[in-house]
Design a protein around this ligand. Structure first.
Ligand code: FE
Ligand code: FE
Ligand code: ZN
Length: 295
C-alpha cells in the first residue's frame, strides 16, 4: 500500500491531533512535522491527552502510527564544534519528546562542517550521536534517520559514503537509519533517473533495510547543482515519471513518502493536489493553477 503524506504544522494548542487533522485534510495516510519552529528551540510541553486523542483517531482512520515522522530543527549541528554541546543537548531532548509522543522516526540533517573539513566533521557527528544515544539508552525507541543532503555549502551527507562512514562509527546502529530526499540526491549529482542502479549501489554500501523515510520533492535545479531548492512534483528538473518510479518502487513499498514541496505563491498548500495526482499516476500540467484557485 502507498504510504504518502507531507510536512504539516504542529502547534502548541492542538499538537499531534492538529498535525493529524491537517494530514487528513490532504487525504494523506502519514505525515511529518517539526515539534516546534524548525529555526528555533522553543518547544511546548507534550500534552498526553492530545497525543492519546490523536492515536485514537489514527486507529479509526487506519493510519499506521509507526510511519509518522518528526524532523529535527535545522539549528542542530553536531558537526560544528562551537554548537556541539547545545546540539547534543537539544537532540537528546528531541529524542525524549519523540519517545513521549510514541514517534518511531526522527529525521536529522548530518550537519555542516563550516570549514573544519569533512573528516573532522564526520568524527564530530559520530561522537555527538554516541553521546545522544548514551543519554537516552534503554528508554529509547526512536530511530534517527540521517538525511541525504544536496551538498550546499559545507554540508555533510551529500554522498552515500558520508552516510556510511557515520553509521560505521556509531555504536547503537539499531537506532540509526537513512532518509532519502529525491531533490537532494539529484542536486548532489546522483542519477536517480536510473533509480534501480542507484538502489543497488545504496544496498551494497548501506543496505535498503536502513531506509526509514523518503522525502519526495522535485528540484528547481539541474542535477549536481548543490542548490537544495525544492519544486512541486513534476514541475522541476527531476520530473513526474522519475518521481513516480521512486514512489511506487516495489522494494520501497512500506516506506513512508513525504512531500516537502513549496506552497504555491507561498500561500497555498499543494499537498492535497499533489497526493491526488500521484495516486492518479498522471501528470497534470494545470495543477499549480488549480492549487491557486483551490478547486
Ligand atoms: Fe530535511
Ligand atoms: Fe528533505
Ligand atoms: Zn531540502
Amino acid at each position: 500500500m502507498l504510504i504518502i503524506g507531507s510536512n504539516v504544522g504542529f502547534n502548541k494548542k492542538n499538537q499531534l491531533l492538529g498535525s493529524l487533522k491537517e494530514a487528513l485534510s490532504y487525504n494523506a495516510n502519514t505525515f511529518m512535522f517539526y515539534t516546534g519552529a524548525p529555526q528555533n528551540t522553543a518547544r511546548s510541553e507534550i500534552n498526553e491527552e492530545l497525543t492519546l486523542e490523536a492515536i485514537k483517531l489514527m486507529k479509526e482512520k487506519a493510519i499506521d502510527y509507526s510511519k509518522i515522522i518528526v524532523h529535527a530543527p535545522y539549528i542542530i549541528n553536531i558537526c560544528n564544534e562551537e554548537k556541539f554541546n547545545f546540539s547534543v543537548n537539544f537532540l537528546t531532548e528531541e529524542l525524549n519528546r519523540c519517545n513521549k509522543l510514541g514517534i518511531k522516526y526522527l529525521v536529522l540533517h548530518p550537519g555542516s562542517h563550516v570549514g573544519l573539513g569533512k573528516e573532522k566533521g564526520i568524527n564530530n557527528i559520530i561522537k555527538g550521536l554516541n553521546i545522544v544515544f548514551n543519554n537516552v539508552k534503554e528508554k529509547n525507541n526512536v530511530i534517527i534517520l540521517l538525511e541525504t543532503m544536496a551538498g550546499k555549502g559545507t554540508e555533510i551527507g551529500s554522498t552515500l559514503e558520508d552516510i556510511k562512514n557515520i553509521i560505521d562509527g556509531v555504536n547503537d546502529k539499531n537506532h540509526l537509519g537513512v532518509c532519502l530526499d529525491t531533490c537532494h540526491l539529484s542536486d548532489a549529482g546522483y542519477d536517480i533517473v536510473n533509480f534501480d542502479l542507484f538502489l543497488e549501489q545504496f544496498d551494497k554500501l548501506i543496505g535498503i533495510d536502513k531506509i526509514g523515510c523518503i522525502h519526495v520533492n522535485d528540484s528547481k535545479n539541474v542535477a549536481a547543482s548543490h542548490k537544495d531548492r525544492h519544486e512541486n512534483i513534476g514541475f522541476g528538473h527531476i520530473g513526474f515519471q522519475t518521481l513516480l518510479n521512486i514512489i511506487y518502487h516495489k522494494r520501497l513499498e512500506n516506506i513512508p513518502k513525504i512531500l516537502e514541496t513549496p506552497y504555491v505563491e507561498k500561500e497555498f498548500a499543494p499537498y492535497k493536489y499533489e497526493i491526488e495526482m500521484i495516486k492518479n499516476k498522471k501528470f497534470d500540467q494545470n495543477l499549480l493553477e488549480k492549487i491557486k484557485k483551490q478547486i
